[in-house]
Design a protein around this ligand. Structure first.
Ligand SMILES: *Cc1c(COP(=O)(O)O)cnc(C)c1O
Length: 427
């Protein structure tokens, strides 16, 4: 760890907490985050030459593994034609056509450069289209770091126990209602309490940012029904689940037809891409057609489009094989580690949907944020440190989902389960 330590000491002086995104700092699990030098397939190498099996995949994007050759080649070719034009290109249409084919709810879309921008813009469209101010979100769901969406948010906000964020005016936070996930009655009650005032409901269809929490049967359909009945938009935030739980995301997996969908992570193949899109009638509210303003200097960036196109193109072409493999390996590792915990007498609730899962150190069940928060985070921290020591890099928080890639092998899974067995014996 000598080089990593020296790099960390420099970073502490340059970046708040030594990082450019809070959860990278490992504060929740203890220990020092290794500095990454390179990655290939399922493996990361740190600045001291140690190798790790990667289960956070850049927090979601790397579904085909790191430095996947078609993606590398696409970026290389695009870069040789210049990194940015600030004018329209064919590649934007090419990627958009593929997205529309996978997500029928998306009739029109806009590319942006992050998931945060995507959800922020989708909310603006919903408010512009309805003329209403209030938005409904769910406790433990994370939709990026825009002002109105940090209320009772997941990811780092949950990890560090921050109820909201300083710097977000109360007047703005008050326009966000945060309700418990998987509780349809709470949503119905909110619409009754605020008739004609709620612009939209935004949801992570499978929560990933409080750890993995699947929707209860019928819950998402219920949200569709209630929003429709009350003239509010349903925004399904698929920044994490899109192209991950299925090619068509949670919309396809659960058969839901939202008004707006947001994408990010996988859709950019590791480069900064976000998408918001949906029904034509709402998307046509955007400038230059309509009064809702939204823009971006690097939106639809050619390198990002190339990486996205190579990634989504591969997933589309090899859909059956890719998702069957992800399912098989994810089930094997999730159940294998859960079995090792049971053998060691350690309480563990395992939630998984396709290639995303969480091992909660809790009796379970975990169906909402309150239940996730009952997990033994100290124990998770010990588990994380022991796994890292054994060469397995898990997301550094109890409230984050782990991810599988197509580059992982049965052998990686076996080694992971063996590492977990060792970690549990030591606990
Ligand atoms: C990661 C994430 C975001 C934010 O995306 P960024 O690219 O980090 O801004 C939004 N919504 C969900 C569901 C996410 O997982």
């Amino acid at each position: 760890m000598r080089r990593s330590q020296a790099l960390a000491a420099r970073a502490e002086k340059l970046f708040p907490g030594g990082v450019n995104s809070p959860v990278r700092a490992f504060r929740a699990v203890g220990g020092e985050p290794p500095f990454v030098e390179r990655a290939e397939g399922a493996y990361l190498w740190d600045a001291d030459g140690n190798r790790y099996i990667d289960y956070f995949g850049s927090w979601g994007p790397m579904i085909l593994g790191h430095a996947f050759p078609p993606v590398v080649e696409a970026i290389r070719e695009a870069a040789a034609r210049s990194a940015s034009f600030g004018a329209s290109t064919a590649a934007e249409g090419d990627l958009a056509e593929r997205i529309v084919a996978c997500y029928p709810a998306i009739e029109k879309l806009r590319f942006v450069s992050s998931g945060t921008e995507a959800t922020m813009s989708a909310i603006r469209v919903a408010r512009g289209a309805t003329g209403r101010k209030i938005i409904v979100k769910f406790e433990g769901c994370y939709h990026g770091h825009a002002d109105g969406l940090l209320v009772k948010a997941g990811s780092g906000v949950a990890t560090f126990g921050i109820p909201g964020s300083a710097g977000v005016p109360e007047e703005i936070a008050q326009l966000t209602l945060a309700l418990p996930f998987n509780d349809l009655a709470a949503v119905e009650a909110a619409f009754e309490a605020h008739p004609g005032e709620i612009a939209c409901v935004i949801v992570e269809p499978v929560v990933g940012n409080a750890g993995c929490i699947p929707p209860a049967p019928g819950y998402l359909q219920g949200l569709r029904r209630v929003t429709q009945k009350n003239g509010a938009l349903l925004i399904v935030d698929e920044v994490m689940t899109g192209f991950r739980v299925a090619l068509g995301g949670a919309c396809a997996l659960y058969g839901i037809d939202p008004d707006l969908v947001t994408l990010g992570k996988v859709v950019g193949g590791g480069l900064p891409v976000g998408v918001f899109g949906g029904k034509r009638v709402f998307m046509d509210q955007l400038a230059p057609l309509g009064p809702v303003y939204q823009a971006g200097t690097l939106s639809g960036n050619p390198l990002a489009m190339a990486a996205g196109l190579a990634t989504v193109g591969y997933l589309q072409k090899h859909e059956d094989e890719v998702y069957a493999r992800l399912e098989r390996l994810s089930a094997a590792v999730a159940e294998g580690v859960a079995g090792a915990a049971a053998q060691a007498g350690i309480a563990m609730a395992t939630n998984r949907v396709g290639a995303m899962w969480t091992w909660f150190f809790s009796e379970g069940p975990v169906t909402n944020y309150k239940e996730a928060a009952k997990s033994d985070t100290q124990r998770f921290g010990g588990f994380h440190r022991a796994m890292l020591e054994a060469g397995v890099w898990l997301p550094p928080s109890q409230f984050e989902a782990a991810f599988m890639s197509t580059a992982h092998t049965e052998e990686d899974v076996e080694r992971t389960i063996a590492a977990a067995r060792g970690a549990f014996q030591a606990q």
